[in-house]
Design a protein around this ligand. Structure first.
Ligand SMILES: [Fe+2]
Ligand SMILES: [Fe+2]
Length: 461
């Protein structure tokens, strides 16, 4: 059993808006980063495939957010135990990291110069004068202190709640356990996702953060995209449209929101979304997951939208957040991305503008809310569905209102663009969102294309 006192510090907090430091973003639609697949199979004409010629094949798998046991401390401890067990299994079976001993055995033996392998969860960390970090690490047998030297990159990136393998030893003259290596449950460098000629020549389109019902919703941009989807040759290739959360702006999400709404009723907001989606051509199936603005509980994992709201939509597939779905044989991991609010303040190289770096950190740690208990709320379900147990064939997030497409260790990662304009709140932060980019990913040739529907002007803050 993991230490109860550790879990007592966990807080439940509602998330309003990001409020940490962000830099000014000056990208324009002409400045989209190059999109290079890790590997393209020898397939031709994958973009010429007509989606209506191929069957719609969707398996949304387990719907998260409906197996909460309770909210007691024991339930929270069970959740963390489940996280520990799941990532330990990844470290052992996928990364080849085996413990030599448990923490209590190491603590009892403390043999000088002997190298020990331990798997544990980081319960605290403190930077020392030397620039390294002193951590507390815990497994089911006990807790120990260990030191990461400043030369080790892990001294800049380890987060509380990370489950990692450590290799280290006790020195001659001290009781300090010196860490020589930190092993994350990372994806193997030679991994490559599924794709190629065994898969249909069709694409998946990604957009998120539509925020219908908000007066900042870019209706002209959305309508332009819908027209394109009905008329453009490239759009005939699209089989699925993944909408990664914040479909509507919601009600009471942040103080004063009522001043920014066109509809102050959630059902009216979803009615608008449903009627807009009725205009999609038949060969495109929308897949909707909720975000922190949608009409479901904010604690993650979030269940899917309530039945009454689902009934307003004619053809959409609804899932929880995060969602693990199989689309025509491709394993999609779609997550709205609230965990980014806890990663960004902790890791210097991750910002709201380049949240793609945060996605890489999630994959590396095998967890979508690796640092928990500060901003993003978590629900103690029977199992921790925020763990990335199996490597997905494509990973998408939204939430940050930025946009990017990059590969990480054989996995294409998409930061879905938004259909909400620049809000007063973003102006206050000096943060320019990346609006109106539709990302297409072809499941056969593993290539992506980005179609811009909005002129993202530089903003002079
Ligand atoms: Fe959003
Ligand atoms: Fe969001």
């Amino acid at each position: 059993m993991l230490n109860l006192t550790y879990c007592e510090k966990i807080k439940y907090e509602l998330y309003y808006y990001p409020n940490v430091g962000v830099k000014i973003m000056t990208d324009t639609i002409n400045n989209i980063p190059p999109i290079n697949p890790r590997k393209v199979d020898d397939v031709k004409d994958a973009w010429d495939g007509i989606a209506s010629d191929f069957s719609t094949d969707i398996d949304v798998g387990k719907i998260v957010g409906d197996d909460r046991k309770g909210s007691s401390l024991v339930d929270i401890v069970n959740l963390f135990t489940n996280r520990y067990d799941a990532i330990r299994k990844i470290l052992r079976n996928q990364c080849g990291f085996r413990e030599s001993n448990t923490i209590s055995e190491v603590d009892k033996e403390k043999k000088r110069y002997r190298s020990y392998n331990i798997i544990g969860i980081i319960t605290s960390s403190r930077r020392t004068k030397s620039g390294g970090i002193m951590i507390e690490i815990e497994d089911k047998s006990g807790v120990m202190s260990a030191f990461v030297r400043k030369e080790d990159s892990a001294s800049q990136s380890l987060l509380v709640d990370d489950v990692v393998g450590i290799t280290g030893s006790y020195g001659k003259d001290s009781d300090i356990f010196w860490i020589d290596r930190v092993q994350f449950g990372d994806i193997l460098p030679k991994h490559i996702n599924k794709g190629g000629k065994d898969f249909d020549p069709v694409s998946i389109a990604f957009i998120s953060d539509i925020h219908m019902g908000s007066k900042y919703f870019l209706e002209d941009t959305w309508d332009k995209m819908m027209k394109w989807m009905n008329e453009d040759e490239l759009a005939k290739n699209i089989k699925y449209l993944v909408m990664a959360g914040d479909v509507c702006d919601g009600i009471g999400i942040y103080p004063g929101q009522e001043n920014n709404l066109i509809f102050d009723n959630a059902y009216d907001q979803y009615e608008m979304a449903a009627r807009k989606l009725d205009l999609l051509p038949d060969h495109i199936t929308p897949i909707i997951l909720p975000g922190n603005h949608d009409a479901v509980r904010p604690a993650q994992p979030q269940p899917m939208l309530e039945h009454t709201i689902q009934q307003q939509f004619n053809s959409a597939i609804h899932t929880g957040n995060p969602c693990r779905a199989n689309l025509s044989g491709i394993e999609l991991l779609a997550y709205h991305g609230q965990g980014m609010d806890d990663i960004i303040p902790k890791l210097d190289h991750v910002t709201y503008e380049n949240s793609i770096e945060g996605m890489k950190e999630m994959l590396k740690r095998r967890h979508m809310t690796p640092q928990w208990g500060e901003r993003s709320a978590l629900s103690p379900e029977q199992q921790d569905d925020m763990v990335i147990k199996d490597v997905p064939d494509i990973f998408v997030t939204g939430h940050t209102h930025s946009h990017a497409y990059e590969w990480y260790r054989g996995v294409p990662c998409v930061v879905s663009s938004t259909m909400q304009g620049q809000t007063d709140f973003m102006n206050m932060l000096g943060y320019a969102s990346q609006k109106g980019f539709l990302t297409l990913y072809n499941i056969q040739n593993r290539e992506a294309k980005v179609v811009p529907f909005h002129a993202n002007d530089d903003i002079d803050f």
